[in-house]
Write a protein that binds this ligand. Structure first.
Ligand SMILES: Cc1ncc(COP(=O)(O)O)c(C=O)c1O
Length: 458
């Protein structure tokens, strides 16, 4: 593979990538029309600093963020041609890795036919995607509504539960993350994200995550209990087995809807198809986004039981709609992504590689107990909890320098998430682990023993 030459042949290059061993094939360096790498960096940074988000631009610069220019599989290339293993994985978006050729081809094909829906006629791919999700989703969850992001899908699920039950109260969990629109924020944790925007939705009660004993009392007269099978942004927190089963029973007893937010955990991330499969339960509403369309076109969805949909919307089919939700490009991407998930047996790969990753991070924790407090996770959703947030500020940039991306979790910044694509190989996991180990060792050498900071933010 060479950097020179004209057109870029994704198929040919993907084939080379698939047989790659230690030598990373480097794609043609694409500088988006800038004269050189430095110019592209300067232009992008200045645009962020002046026109996007000035304080964020400075933080990203300080932490050494380069400019992303191309990506395939588990690898992202920056403006200099340096390759990074993507262990942040778009925070769960890149289940199939970046630009999976089958998903890209399906989107290209649809782009030639029609890209967005005219909205006045039936859309064949929307129908097919809803049917495909009905076949995959637990139990009788068979009706899908499509949105464009996780938070929009959560809003839809919250509205549905109010309309279906005629009740208003929501029960959510401490330190949850469901998105940043007003309704989703109201059921999320972390006050810093919420207080500038109050009053949010009234009638929200937060209960400790993983504690089934408090649910029956809290759920009295509630429209819904919204819960993540594993708290992602809350710091990769895995609840005790049976938690969702107890939640299902408490919802049944109180008449509340059980909304399971699988925006981050769904579709193989946890080494099982859905996180709620761990307890074998059927939610009333299953919320999906991130990996649903294979990381190629944004999408969000909630999938619900016909009885719930009809209780809410049988007589009012247009009270909850979205112009772009379920557009043909997103549906084409999602249909192809679901095929790839099955054909490449990615759920099983997530399970095997997840065990390898967690065992590796646990070994690092054992070797550096004054830096790493705990390693935990399910499948390829792994968290490394540090004893102090101070270490995170060194570890993430050090990993980046070593060619591996990683990220903090939004509600627990001393927990570093490792969330590689489900297509990740055993060799890539070892390379990622080597970067984690090197970064932890550097942080310890530089900072020594720091005082412990609290686990979560308020
Ligand atoms: C569990 C969960 N729900 C909802 C969201 C919000 O999704 P989005 O950022 O697409 O709005 C996220 C995002 O991280 C999430 O992890």
């Amino acid at each position: 593979m060479t950097n020179e030459g004209g057109g870029f042949d994704l198929g040919r290059w993907s084939a080379a990538f698939a047989v790659d061993d230690s030598s990373q094939p480097t794609p043609p360096l694409d500088l988006y029309g800038a004269p050189d790498a430095r110019a592209l960096y300067d232009e992008t940074y200045e645009n962020y600093r002046s026109f996007v988000n000035p304080p964020l631009a400075r933080v990203m610069k300080l932490s050494g963020s380069p400019v992303e220019v191309r990506a395939l599989g588990s690898t992202i290339w920056d403006q200099t041609g340096k390759a990074y293993l993507d262990f942040a994985g778009g925070y769960g978006v890149f289940t199939l890795g970046h630009s999976h050729p089958r998903v890209v081809a399906a989107v290209r094909e649809q782009l030639e036919r029609m890209s967005l829906s005219g909205k006045t006629m039936f859309s064949p791919l929307l129908g097919r995607l809803a049917r495909a999700l009905a076949e995959l989703a637990p139990g009788d969850c068979a009706i899908s509504f499509f949105a464009n992001s996780g938070t929009e899908a959560v809003e839809g699920a919250l509205k549905l539960s109010r309309a279906a039950t005629g009740r208003t109260k929501f029960v959510a969990t401490t330190n949850a993350y469901h998105g940043k629109t007003v309704g989703a924020l109201a059921v999320s944790g972390r006050d810093a994200y919420k207080t500038p925007f109050g009053p949010l939705l009234g009638d929200v009660v937060h209960v400790p995550y993983g504690d089934a004993a408090v649910l029956s009392e809290a759920l009295r007269d509630a429209a819904a209990f919204i819960v993540e099978p594993v708290q992602g942004e809350g710091g990769i927190v895995v609840p005790p087995p049976g938690y969702l089963r107890a939640a299902r029973a408490a919802c049944d007893a109180s008449g509340a809807m059980l909304i399971v937010d699988e925006v981050q955990t769904g579709l193989g991330r946890c080494g099982i198809l859905f996180g709620c499969d761990r307890d074998g339960i059927v939610p009333d509403v299953l919320v999906l986004a991130k990996g649903l369309s294979g990381g190629v076109v944004p999408i969000g969805a909630f999938v619900t039981r016909p009885s719930v949909w009809n209780a809410a919307y049988a007589k009012a089919p247009l009270v909850h709609t979205s112009t772009f939700g379920g557009n043909p490009l997103a549906c084409a991407a999602a249909l192809a992504a679901l095929d790839v998930l099955r054909d490449e047996d990615l759920v099983a790969n997530a399970r095997a590689r997840g065990e390898q990753l967690l065992a590796g991070v646990r070994a690092i924790a054992a070797d550096f107990p004054s830096v790493v407090r705990e390693a935990r996770g399910l499948g390829l959703l792994v968290g490394m909890e540090l004893r102090s947030e101070g270490y995170a500020g060194t570890i993430v940039p050090e990993m980046l320098r070593a060619g591996v991306t990683a990220a903090w979790t939004l509600n627990a910044q001393r927990v570093i998430r490792l969330e590689p694509p489900l297509v990740v190989t055993a060799e890539e996991i070892e390379r990622g682990l080597a970067a984690v180990r090197g970064a932890v060792a550097t942080a310890f050498a530089k900072l020594g023993v720091l005082a412990e900071t609290s686990t979560t933010h308020t």
